[in-house]
Write a protein that binds this ligand. Structure first.
Ligand code: C2E
Ligand code: MG
Ligand code: MG
Ligand code: MG
Length: 286
């Protein structure tokens, strides 16, 4: 996967412009051009069952900016500016539509080989500002109808940031979306505040354990925290995805702990659409 030139993100822009505020304005202008000129692409990272089947269950869609002169730029470099400027709403709409369109194309190729419940899902990251748009749920429904993706094959990932802004509204939107069968994930769980009251009040289907816990798994404390999160999830009937599995040891330890799903460079990196979807076994109905 191409990186933004080895410079740490925003530095790339500030070198040219010298000053923080003008730098941010220039970045916003470039983001507007990028929306207009369709410079964004989605990569897809596979998510696997960690049971004996080791089956590929779906993909997380991850945005990249294919910049005309700087090459492929990671989201950490531009999502914060997109959020601050409000442009994330437009960019996020594009991601939702593009991810569902791609998944519908894949489903078409799988139609005779896979039963509906075995079809792969696409998991889309939704920024708080996008999620809290007044018409967000209706918009999701429109995209599902227009693309033909079955609701059970769409997952929406939000972070607790959305609940911190407005937890009652978050609950309403989650409930509305889940009523049609769309699954919802709480992303990066264990970082930030991770208030347990969010788990009590908000109807999520899945917890995604933040990769900081997986990368520090050599530390027995980290393992205990992972185990505690998994116990909690099990008791609340939530699925668990471990993010950022980078080594076979981490993968095996998580399998032993009974973790349901896994994602990480060891299992599969984010890939362009064609390469990612080629990971799906086409001939054997799973
Ligand atoms: P995230 O949703 O937690 O996505 C997982 C990130 O971890 C991705 O980084 C992925 O490439 C990376 N990752 C996966 N496995 C491994 C691993 O084994 N080791 C390491 N070191 N990293 C791994 P990426 O693609 O750079 O995305 C970063 C963040 O940007 C995402 O974190 C998400 O918060 C945000 N993002 C990405 N795409 C979108 C989008 O379409 N909309 C919004 N609102 N945010 C997005
Ligand atoms: Mg990255
Ligand atoms: Mg995510
Ligand atoms: Mg995450």
């Amino acid at each position: 996967e191409a990186k933004s030139s080895g410079h740490g993100g925003v530095i790339v822009f500030s070198e040219a412009l010298g000053c923080e505020a003008r730098n941010r304005m220039a970045l916003e202008r470039e983001l507007r051009d990028a929306i207009r000129d369709r410079q964004f692409v989605l990569h897809y990272q596979p998510i696997f069952s960690l049971d004996k089947s080791q089956r590929l269950r779906g993909f997380e869609a991850l945005i990249r900016w294919n910049h005309p002169t700087r090459g492929m730029i990671d989201p950490g470099t531009f999502i914060p500016a997109a959020e601050e400027s409000g442009l994330i709403v437009f960019i996020g709409d594009w991601v939702l539509r593009q991810g569902c369109t791609a998944m519908a194309r894949l489903h078409e190729r799988l139609a005779n080989r896979y039963s509906r419940e075995d079809l792969p899902f696409v998991s889309i990251n939704i920024a708080p500002q996008q999620f809290l748009q007044p018409n967000f749920a209706a918009h999701v429904q429109r995209v599902l109808i227009e693309t033909g993706v079955p609701p059970e094959c769409l997952r929406l990932e939000v972070t607790e940031g959305v609940a911190i802004i407005d937890s009652e509204r978050t609950r309403q939107v989650l409930e509305e979306i889940r009523a049609w069968g769309v699954r919802t994930s709480l992303d990066d769980f264990g970082t930030g505040y991770s208030s347990l009251s969010y788990l009590q009040n908000l109807p999520f289907d899945t917890l995604k354990i933040d990769r900081s816990f997986i990368s520090s798994m050599d530390d027995p404390k980290s393992r205990k925290i992972i185990r505690a999160i998994m116990d909690l999830a099990g008791n609340l009937n939530l699925s668990v995805v471990a993010e950022g599995i980078e080594t076979p040891e981490q993968g095996n330890a998580l399998i032993e702990m009974g973790c349901e799903y896994g994602q990480g460079f060891h299992l599969g990196r984010p890939l362009d659409e064609a390469s990612a979807f080629a990971l799906i076994p086409f001939d054997e109905a799973a």
